[in-house]
Design a protein around this ligand. Structure first.
Ligand SMILES: [Ca+2]
Ligand SMILES: [Ca+2]
Length: 239
């Protein structure tokens, strides 16, 4: 005949279950937090895609939140798994969640992703503005037009100083060329493409000389990390 549990046996079983449950709590908490972080990453990717479509259709996104995306680009404004709105950092081209501490200012636990392509020098073109048919330097009005893959938010400020010498590398040598960003009233030629005019003081040969930005320059080096600058030489195209 089968006997039931005694009270002692039941207490032992309950105690063992309680101990097991207690040991499992941290694992459950970890699992919950990891799930939240994964959800935030998925949301950030979705927002980044929506921002890319927005910028293709409507130009630069300037709002610090995702509000202007809702309706046409996002079904509804998502909030992060910790109940806070996602932020759009238009200067650095990032979408950001404040993370578990619910604060974007304390960055250690922030979760973020880019919504703009890497910043790079795309092309350079000689502009024979005095129409002499030759490259004229030293106080001439000839320029090189530099086209970047996207807006250079932080760089804009650096370039607003009057004269910037040795910011360029021509044919791999940083000292062979002096240039001056003519102005910072930039011309927008596409949703993300901007053209800088560079006045040149040294001779160059269109079609064979190449130019790149010298990111080892102290001022620019600080910004390179923030801006995902991919330094690469491009051939100075004939006009
Ligand atoms: Ca944070
Ligand atoms: Ca000329």
């Amino acid at each position: 005949m089968k006997k039931g549990f005694t009270l002692i046996e039941l207490l032992v079983v309950i105690t063992i279950l309680a101990v097991l449950a207690g040991a499992a709590i941290p694992y459950v908490q970890n699992y919950v937090e990891e799930s939240r972080i994964a959800k935030a990453k998925t949301d950030l990717e979705e927002i980044a895609r929506a921002l890319a479509v927005y910028e293709t259709r409507e130009g630069e996104y300037i709002k610090g939140t995702v509000e202007d995306l809702t309706g046409r680009y996002l079904n509804k404004a998502p909030i992060d798994p910790w109940g806070r709105p996602y932020l759009v950092a238009t200067d650095s081209g990032l979408v950001i969640s404040g993370g578990p501490d619910r604060n974007t200012a304390s960055t250690e636990d922030n979760i973020q992703g880019p919504y703009q392509p890497p910043l790079a020098l795309v092309s350079a073109k000689w502009v024979d503005r005095n129409q002499s048919g030759a490259v004229d330097t030293q106080n001439s009005s000839d320029t090189i037009q530099l086209t970047f893959s996207r807006k250079l938010s932080n760089l804009d400020a650096a370039l607003s100083v009057a004269a910037i010498n040795n910011y360029f590398v021509v044919n791999g040598t940083s000292t062979a060329f002096n240039g001056l960003f003519e102005d910072t009233s930039l011309k927008m030629v596409a949703s993300r493409t901007l053209v800088y005019n560079v006045l040149v003081n040294d001779a160059f040969v269109p079609g064979s000389d190449s130019i790149e930005i010298d990111y080892t320059h102290a001022t620019l080096a600080d910004m390179a990390g923030n801006l995902c600058i991919a330094s690469q030489p491009v051939v100075i195209l004939p006009q």
